[in-house]
Write a protein of this length. Sequence first.
Length: 565
Amino acid sequence: MVINGERVPFSGEKNILSVVRKAGIDLPTLCYYSELSVYGSCRMCMVEDQRGNIITACSTPPKNGMEIKTNTPRLKKYRKNILRLYLASHNRECTTCPRNTTCKLQDLAIRFGIEEIKFDKTDKAWKDEYKIDNSSPSITRDPNKCIQCGDCVRMCNETQNVGAIDFALRGYELKVCPAFDMPLAETECVNCGQCAAVCPTGAVTIKNDVPSVWKAIYDDKKRVVAQIAPAVRVALGEEFGISKGENVMPLIVAAMRKIGFDEIYDTSFSADLTVIEETNEFLGKLESGAKLPLFTSCCPAWVSYVEEKHPELMPQVSTCKSPQQMFGSVIKAYAKDKYQDDEKETIVVSVMPCTAKKAEAGRAEFVTEGSKDVDIVLTTKGLADMIYESGIVFKELEPEALDMPFGMYSGAGLIFGVTGGVTEAVIRKVIKDKSHASINNVKFCGARGMEGIKEFDLPLEDGETVLKIAVVSGLGNAEQLIRKMEAGEAFYHFIEVMACPGGCIGGAGQPFGLRNTKRLRAESIYASDKQTQLRHADENPVIPDLYNTLLKDRTHELLHVHYHK
């Protein structure tokens, strides 16, 4: 192709946009994501061909010999007018918007020098015609900031197969909303938050629980205990200009101590507990001839999906609590014993890559003696906001270590942050218990990789047992696998499901990243796993002592759950 007079080779690019960006030109878009289907509604990526035709770069395939221009006076005029039209019907209270400084519409308005809006303000944006939907425990919908780009609709319908939101009405009245404009909490929404991850404006944002955390920290009658999920350490640094995927856990601990958290632990510890309990449950079902497959239960969005779409499969979902909830129940029971003479109330704050964890923490099944096992859930970006607000210069912090005893963890617990990590951790224990094989071979079993569906066989050394295993990320992929099983085309013994593409490293609470960013985060987690001295969950020296004391008569109560219909 010839782009702005320069010859640019292409091979395999599916659209002109990819070729243009390959040539080092950042063509603007509002509705395009390479991991979603092409919609072509925003018209910002228009280019001009040799005949003077205006074409959209995102929806037009490249052709050999094609000549295009990306920055003609006509294109510049069109783009500016398109932005002015968007802004005319947009709530422009940017300074109080959760997406301020990270809004693509705002970025483009600055980039193209939009200093005035030549069109009258429309009634839709300036008369509060649309109410803000705060019904969800995880996300907030503000239709007044929606630009009808369709990103959230395609993510919810195509990638996640949930269908909680879609386009309604026509023409000027067109809007994105749940069916019959119901509150989001009354729909089949599973709280995965992927709609918020791809929204270019502030129309769909993550619930902000930062004020609740500050309130707890400032209360002298409260002891604020934090747990940090494995995926957070390889993403938070991106918010502060650190290389993508770099493990910044020691800096996170240092920042949280400066903020005022009393105790700081790692959710990888309770992930070790999950590995032990889930492996025992799996082997028990395998040996007893119980109905298989066993589905993992670590992902609350997946659990909600099963409840909504496939309630018949709930008996096959593991009874193990997620690592977040295991940690909450254990730490509260531990604090109750340790601080018997202390009148302070223990408040558990989770720092998670996931928005569905907010909904999970509020479920009735996770309330013990009138107290929530996990009180507040912060996302990775929520913690970044607290660090910014505190004036902490993150890059200049001195690294600090986690508190003990729950700062101890194995590599098996750590890799929970990546798709396939739960499966690999369970396989490590199964092989150790059943085959005594080398752990070095496990990473080649088929669990690793960013593919949405991974299927493989795992022969055990007894020569008789071959485990059929599947690893899925993205709920649409999970639905494909379920339909395959229903049709009798496949059988599995064990299935791991994570709602977010790529697993927790791609959670909606993380700084937004496409496939390459997720790959870098995954590589960092696996590198940290390789550097740990403990590779098996049951090698964690704190675990046996916990089973002999706190969990002795309360293992099922504190580590397992039965969901209500």
